[in-house]
Design a protein. Structure first.
Lengths: 341, 235
């Protein structure tokens, strides 16, 4: 559309190129089982699941202002639901993964009712406390192995697919599907009526409230949606691992600290940020992991440098410098006739 | 005699230990335009924030259409039919002009105002409907802020410092448009530092001084001396 010498579009040329490249990359990734080795498939699967967790945490913290350090509650809950529903309810694993999402949403309702009474840092600490309550509760369930955990029975594992290779391929495709679905859900949510309200809340909570936007309900919807999808991702994580224990399932380091690192260095409040952040995190991990504690120190240094030099993350820096938007959420304006400027 | 739409009964307001309003009594009747004047720090914006639910008060201190609303949240107040045009516009920078206006319509109240009628009122906004709201001039941003409030089809609209920071020619345009806005059966409370402008559009005026009502009267009968005394607290 052209208005008074201005061209108005939602999609930018960069977004169109990114969409095309994204489709090509997605096709290549779908075909990965035919060109990648077993170790590469596992690594890529793990990367996709971290990307999903980071995108979800970013939706909560970057758009809804809900800084949670307790999302491991839903990762672990999802994982345990996969084990419980397949072992005791006899559900097929894929159905159990979906059911874990529904149950994650249900359990998040009373949790939200409790922790939404807290603000800012108290909210963050409250989420962590809730995750610890989850961990201690699951450690009491002896049928699921108590504190030492349990393994997924062989019969259930084999029900996924007959051969080991087929199971690994399926786990990979499920992880890839989760990442694509999460990014798509976040993108569509942000472009919806609720997303408009969420963006308004992020921009100016006071003005949004005075225009009739129910801030509590909007944030609650984001929290429940995030809990449901995080539970599904948690179920997928432990489908890959085939073994679960309270310490592994509710690890604040693995499922929240690294995820926050990814989002902060990638660029909080952008859809692209978690993608860039996940790639940086895995590049650092794969090249430095053998260095032991030095690897963790490097992660810390990277996080500090990014926060000081590019407070809006790597993607925020790129976007500001080159005016790029790969996932256009709003409209963009450019002059069509430079002589009019 | 028209019904009272809004009533303040001994309204107190606090920011922590600091008390900003002391027992304000005020009534607004159906279709009336009321002006609130007063110097900086007199409590005008605090009063707007209290009425619109941005500051929580005792339930009975604010009554709207006979019901107590003093303790309602801002979004609940908006659903009752009270809209605020806040001081400083407070637009959403990530959203386009039209998206800012549509946000106002999320309350879902039916009435006279829709996008078409708003664009008829402020044609420049239709031309610039898809640009980011922050790329507009101050006057155009004020039009968006007014339009955003109108999109909720309120029965009572609160204008907080409607002309603050705007060029005189823009202020004139906005005041020219005001009768067309308020003429739709709406009541209005206008907070304004420009006394002559406030008196020209209102039927009654209240002056606040240090959180208390220092003057109340019909806009066409209060004298300049009365206003000076009430405004500055000097004889």
């Amino acid at each position: 559309m052209i208005v008074n010498g201005y061209s108005v579009t939602r999609a930018t040329p960069a977004a169109r190129v990114a969409a095309m490249l994204g489709a090509i990359v997605l096709a290549i990734l779908i075909a990965a089982p035919w060109w990648a080795g077993r170790a590469d498939l596992r690594l890529l699967g793990e990367l996709f699941l971290y990307l999903s967790l980071a995108s979800l945490w970013n939706l909560m913290a970057g758009y809804a202002g809900l800084v949670s350090v307790g999302q491991q509650a839903y990762v672990g809950f999802g994982g345990y639901m996969l084990f419980a529903l397949t072992m005791f309810a006899g559900l097929p694993p894929v159905v159990a993964i979906a059911a874990a999402g529904v149950l994650g949403a249900l359990i998040s309702v009373p949790v939200a009712a409790l922790i939404f009474r807290l603000r800012g840092a108290y909210f963050a600490i409250g989420t962590w406390v809730m995750a610890e309550v989850f961990r201690l509760s699951f450690a009491q369930i002896s049928a699921l192995g108590g504190g030492s955990g349990s393994s997924l029975p062989v019969g259930i594992v084999k029900s996924l697919a007959a051969s080991r290779q087929s199971r690994e391929w399926l786990a990979y495709w499920l992880a890839l599907g989760a990442a694509v679905s999460v990014i798509l859900v976040v993108y569509l949510f942000l472009r919806s009526r609720k997303g408009l309200a969420l963006t308004a809340i992020r921009d100016n909570e006071m003005a949004a409230g005075s225009l009739g936007i129910d801030i509590w309900r909007t944030k609650f919807a984001v929290y429940v949606l995030t809990a449901a999808l995080t539970s599904i991702v948690g179920a997928l994580i432990f489908l890959q691992k085939l073994r679960i224990s309270p310490d592994a399932a509710f690890s604040v380091n693995d499922w929240t600290a690294f995820v926050i690192f990814i989002v902060v260095i990638g660029g909080i409040g952008t859809i692209e940020g978690p993608i860039i952040g996940t790639l940086i995190f895995f590049a650092l991990r794969e090249t430095l992991a053998d260095l032991g504690t030095i690897y963790l120190m490097v992660l810390g240094v990277v996080a500090i440098v990014v926060m000081l030099k590019a407070p809006r993350g790597v993607w925020g820096y790129i976007r500001d410098r080159f005016d790029l938007n790969l996932f256009p959420l709003g409209y963009r304006v450019s002059r069509t006739d430079p002589k009019e400027s | 005699m028209p019904d009272t739409i809004l009533e303040l009964r001994g309204l107190d307001a606090h920011y922590g230990d600091f008390q900003a309003l002391y027992g304000i009594d005020m009534q607004v009747t159906e279709g009336e335009v009321l002006a609130i004047i007063g110097s900086n720090g007199a409590g005008k914006t605090t009063m707007m924030r209290s009425i619109s639910g941005l500051l929580s008060n005792r339930r009975d201190q604010i009554r709207y259409r006979g019901g107590a609303i003093g303790n309602l949240r801002a979004d609940e107040v908006a659903h009752k039919g009270i809209a605020l045009v806040p001081e400083g516009r407070q637009l959403f920078p990530s959203l386009s002009v039209e998206e800012n206006l549509l946000i106002g319509g999320q309350v879902g109240r039916q009435g006279h105002w829709n996008l078409r009628r708003l664009y008829d009122l402020f044609p420049i906004l239709e031309e610039r409907r898809n640009v980011p709201s922050t790329s507009l001039s101050g006057g155009q941003q004020q039009m968006v802020a007014i339009g955003r409030a109108l999109m909720s089809n309120p029965d009572l609209i609160l204008f907080d410092e409607i002309s603050l920071g705007l060029a005189p020619v823009i202020i004139k345009d906005i005041y020219t448009a005001l009768p067309g806005i308020i003429g739709q059966g709406m009541s209005a409370v206008i907070v304004e530092q420009d006394i002559s402008k406030a008196l020209s559009v209102s039927s009654r005026v209240y002056c606040l001084q240090e959180g208390r009502v220092s003057l109340e009267g019909a806009s066409d009968t209060v004298s300049r001396e009365d206003i000076s005394r009430a405004y500055f607290g000097i004889d």
